[in-house]
Write a protein that binds this ligand. Structure first.
Ligand code: ZN
Ligand code: ZN
Length: 266
């Protein structure tokens, strides 16, 4: 067994990593941990926006930022989305994780924490890779009518997205997205902390895409030069499905000429 690396660049995250291994080692070693992390992240990140949707005009301070003000989700729509997410996890995700755990060799968690620099570079690299993979997949599943109807149309049920609709996906789409977001970091040899951070960030960014609110603190407002598409771009994708295919960043839509801005669209 390796002893912890005591070099200075590992010291920042090492106490946190030691604490995780000591206190929660059994939990984070479980093959189901990343799935539970992602699913609980989906519910927690979505919950505040669901409350804002339910309050609607009664909370003008926040509702003023709603992009499609005339289309507010109902409680029934929200429950249907959560049910769809639960169904997909029970029918597709958990059996797949179980089979993967059963057939594939399992490695113990590393003793050393990554450096902060390594963590940031790995997370950014994995998110950029996922963004590219999903862009290609997304274009393909819109251009091919059969694929659209069989796979992706489920996600376009709502023209005005809301936070909980981020997981309103067909089982095949959820499996594809989950496959990339969970296996990219492993195949690239990243630290488990990178995998979990990527997992949570992907879920957060996906919920952010679907909130339907262009808050001043939304990622697309914070990131300059259209580097990040975010909620403005993805809300438009649900209104005009032949544009804005990238899930997170803006560069692939700009390069490939599929970008559409909010100006003149609503
Ligand atoms: Zn969407
Ligand atoms: Zn789409």
């Amino acid at each position: 067994m390796n002893s912890p690396d005591s070099s200075a660049d590992h010291l920042f995250l090492q106490p946190f990593w030691d604490h995780v291994l000591t206190e929660f080692g059994d939990i984070v070693s479980s093959p189901f941990f990343p799935v539970l992390l992602a699913f609980s992240g989906y519910l927690c990140f979505s919950f505040p926006f669901a409350c804002i949707d339910l309050l609607g005009e009664r909370c003008p301070l926040l509702y003023q930022y709603k992009i499609q003000k005339n289309k507010r989700p109902t409680v029934e729509m929200m429950i249907l989305c959560v049910w769809k997410a639960v169904y997909n996890h029970v029918i597709y995700v958990f059996p797949a994780v179980f089979l993967n755990w059963f057939w594939m060799p399992q490695w113990p968690l590393p003793v050393n924490a990554p450096t902060v620099f390594t963590l940031l570079v790995e997370v950014l690299g994995c998110l950029l890779l996922f963004d590219f993979q999903y862009y290609i997949w997304h274009v393909l599943h819109h251009k091919n009518l059969w694929l659209y109807k069989k796979v992706h149309a489920v996600h376009h049920k709502y023209v005005a997205p809301f936070s909980l609709s981020s997981q309103n996906l067909s089982g095949y789409e959820l499996m594809t997205v989950g496959f990339w977001s969970s296996l990219n970091p492993i195949r690239l040899g990243c630290h488990p902390l990178t995998s979990w951070t990527c997992n949570l960030l992907s879920i957060w960014m996906s919920v952010d895409d679907h909130t339907g609110y262009n808050f001043p603190w939304s990622l697309s407002q914070i990131m300059p030069y259209g580097l990040y598409g975010g909620v403005l771009a993805h809300d438009l994708h649900h209104q005009r499905p032949d544009t804005n295919f990238a899930p997170f960043f803006g560069h692939w839509d700009l390069i490939c000429g599929t970008s559409c801005s909010i100006k003149g669209s609503v």
